[in-house]
Design a protein around this ligand. Structure first.
Ligand code: IPM
Ligand code: MN
Length: 359
């Protein structure tokens, strides 16, 4: 029987609640599809700051590296907002991405027909939207050097970061995007700010060069400001969006809201070898933490992405995804998605319905 080691990073806020549900469902599908999962809980973010005094202890990173896949729920809490940057929960996540060399972040956004009215956009604008943001995750302005804050002689302080990409960094993320576009509808839009930024001109040149190897992919380029507008104007035009780290961070939040709830969206972060990291796009939602109110569906869909991409257990992945669709079609909703005529469920009760849908 195939067996896999999964590192679970429940993290902060609603993280533990939604992780508990994902674990129950994963155990059930493993049983149904005849493979074994060994779970190893490790601290990250605020949880790790409490236990180890740092957001990514070496033991957590080592456990992740030794596993077949990593499933992360959420990190961050307001109480850490005033810590120096390096000690904050978010730095743990960035260090994890860098430590596992997870340069490719995949964020699929598809409209679930049962939730079409949950969006703040009109149904005719969003129906049929099915796009994928491919975000570069270990470079760009998030990691570029030099960066910092300096005191100037005139008494001012200056803060600075550097947006850098090398040709090989662009090439490897562009290849991921071209390959995925080929598996989807064959349409790739590369996002940049080449009218202003040198780093974007390099990005565009490298992407154009790679296009020669993908004559079957329809490539276009779009400035990031226009892309932000087009995403709400006519989102169906997009299939795969290729972005740098910062642009993808911003555009993927925007794209997420096409669905009406960021509580629905999973993501995968992948390197060229080694385990991938799978996590919901939403954060730790400290305002509702510990109250059994969270929407666990993005976490469950992230677990499904882990099964499909990380473990190649496609049938089990599909079973989880079908369970999510089934509960939504039956009208079950957590508070974030509540609509007239639907049944409002607590987080744990949603977990029970998902288990029932699997059976
Ligand atoms: C995300 C988050 C992170 C990011 C933060 C928490 C560091 O916003 O995964 O999109 O900016 O990448
Ligand atoms: Mn973000």
């Amino acid at each position: 029987m195939a067996s896999y080691r999964i590192t679970l990073l429940a993290g902060d806020g609603i993280g533990p609640e939604i992780t508990a549900i994902a674990v129950k469902l994963l155990e059930r599908v493993a049983q149904q599809f005849n493979f074994q999962l060994d779970f190893d809980h490790q601290p990250v973010g605020g949880d790790a700051i409490e236990k180890f005094g740092e957001p990514l202890p070496a033991s957590t990173l080592a456990a992740c590296k030794a596993s077949d896949a990593v499933l992360l729920a959420a990190i961050g809490a307001p109480k850490y907002d005033n810590l120096p940057r390096q000690q904050r929960p978010e730095s743990g996540l960035l260090a994890l991405r860098a430590g596992l060399d997870l340069f490719a972040n995949l964020r699929p956004v598809a409209i679930v027909p049962a939730l079409i009215d949950a969006s703040s956009l009109r149904p005719e604008v969003i129906s049929g939207v099915d796009l994928l943001v491919v975000r570069e995750l270990t470079g760009g302005i998030y990691f570029g050097q030099p960066k910092g804050r300096v005191q100037l002689e005139n008494g001012e302080e200056r803060g600075f970061n550097t947006m850098t990409y090398s040709s090989s960094e662009v090439d490897r993320i562009a290849k991921v995007a071209f390959d995925l576009a080929r598996q989807r509808r064959g349409v790739l839009c590369s996002v940049d700010k080449a009218n202003v930024l040198d780093v974007s001109q390099l990005w565009r040149d490298r992407v154009n060069e790679m296009a020669g190897a993908y004559p079957d992919v329809n490539l276009s380029h779009m400035y990031v400001d226009n892309a932000a507008m087009q995403l709400v104007r006519q989102p169906r035009q997009f299939d795969v969006l290729l972005t740098s780290n910062l642009f993808g961070d911003i555009l993927s939040d925007e794209a997420a809201m096409l669905t009406g709830s960021i509580g629905m969206l999973p993501s995968a972060s992948l390197g060229s070898s080694g385990p991938g990291l799978f996590e919901p796009v939403h954060g730790s939602a400290p305002d509702i933490a510990g109250q059994d109110l969270a929407n666990p569906l993005a976490m469950v869909l992230s677990a499904a992405m882990m099964l499909r991409i990380g473990l190649k257990q496609d049938a089990a992945a599909l079973a989880l995804e079908n369970a999510v669709s089934a509960v939504l079609e039956q009208g079950f909703r957590t508070g974030d998605l509540m609509a007239d005529g639907c049944t409002k469920l607590a987080c744990s009760a949603m977990g029970e319905e998902l288990l029932r849908a699997l059976a």
